[in-house]
Design a protein around this ligand. Structure first.
Ligand code: F6P
Length: 326
């Protein structure tokens, strides 16, 4: 087991609310354990460019409630190349850093797994993404806050949809996963929830709408995950409108509003716990793994499994949402 005295912490990929709480937990747990801790700015990009600064307990004061990430973040193309990774490794050596805590999602862990193997350098991951698409944890840091952001927006849209007798198509994030769409859709009583994990049949939607519209409903909400197989909210709205021209439709893309904001209590506790477990995990010899929480227990899952084993969407919940929306 390598002797660890100095660790680095970074955030990488898309930001998510709660990343700051995770950084705070990593820094303070490390200091409590007698380690020196270094912040790496702008993810792998900053690692390649040696944007590394020592952090102290006061460096993370007053950040637990803030969205975004004080360490900044980036998606790094250079880290995909061996030359970029070699520069990153040399910078870690130069700063005498023995291990790394990487907070991010799929892309972050793909890079971390290669790096750990290539340079025999211990990396541990924390799941930081609003998408909740990582295997090995019940929830990712930021997912709960993003859900609440969507629900707040959808409730407001529901008011105006109802006043004007309109059908709204609300597009939420989730390039490859429908977790945000599913839970936010159930929470706001959406008439339809469209996710990448299931085939979307436009005919099913229009058939039900033909039956319900003006009989039991005069307005409605369709939640569309951006990665749906039939396209985004604009595409779906156009296809529905072609078949049902009498229904007045509108489209709202919630976009990056879902990535910001003060984290919920759930995300703050999750991020704090995972930051603590990540540092303790490293000291116990865990590496090449992501710290997650399943059924209230900490679990360390190898990076390749966290990325490749697709966490299944709950199809029963999807079915339930259809019944409840009738
Ligand atoms: O954070 C994950 C995610 O929000 C995806 O759902 C989305 O497709 C993507 O990031 C967009 O990120 P960016 O605009 O930063 O490339």
């Amino acid at each position: 087991m390598p002797h660890i005295t100095r660790i680095g912490v970074m955030t990488s990929g898309g930001d998510s609310p709660g990343m700051n709480a995770a950084i705070r937990a990593v820094v303070r747990t490390a200091i409590f354990s007698g380690l020196d801790v270094f912040g790496i700015f702008r993810g792998y990009e900053g690692l390649i460019d040696n944007q590394i600064e020592q952090m102290y307990s006061h460096s993370v004061s007053n950040i637990i409630q803030r969205g975004g990430t004080i360490l900044k973040t980036a998606r790094s193309k250079r880290f995909l190349e061996y030359d970029g990774r070699l520069k990153a490794y040399n910078n870690l050596r130069e700063n005498k850093i023995d291990a790394l805590v990487a907070i991010g999602g799929n892309g972050t862990f793909t890079g971390a797994a290669i790096f750990d193997n290539e340079f025999d350098f211990p990396v541990i991951g924390l799941p930081g993404t609003i998408d909740n698409d990582l295997y090995g944890t019940d929830a990712t840091i930021g997912y709960d806050t993003a859900l609440n952001t969507v629900v707040e927006a959808a409730d407001k849209i529901r008011d105006t949809a109802s006043s004007h007798d309109r059908l709204f198509f609300i597009e939420v994030m989730g390039r490859d996963a429908g977790f945000i769409a599913l839970r936010s859709g159930i929470s706001c009583g959406a008439e339809f929830i469209l996710v990448p994990e299931t085939i979307t049949y436009i005919d099913n939607i229009t058939r039900l709408l033909k039956h319900d519209w003006r009989k039991s409903k005069t307005s409605g909400i369709v939640i569309v995950a951006e990665g749906d197989d039939m396209g985004g909210a604009y595409d779906i709205a156009r296809m529905v409108k072609e078949k049902l021209p009498h229904i007045e439709t509108r489209v709202t893309i919630l976009g990056h509003i879902q990535r910001g904001g003060s984290p919920t209590s759930f995300d703050r506790v999750l991020a704090s716990s995972l930051g603590y477990y990540a540092v303790n995990g490293l000291l116990e010899g865990h590496r090449g793994e992501m710290a997650g929480i399943i059924n209230k227990e900490v679990v360390y899952t190898p990076f390749d499994q966290a990325i490749k084993h697709h966490k299944d969407i709950n199809k029963e919940l999807l079915e339930m949402s259809r019944i409840l929306a009738l």
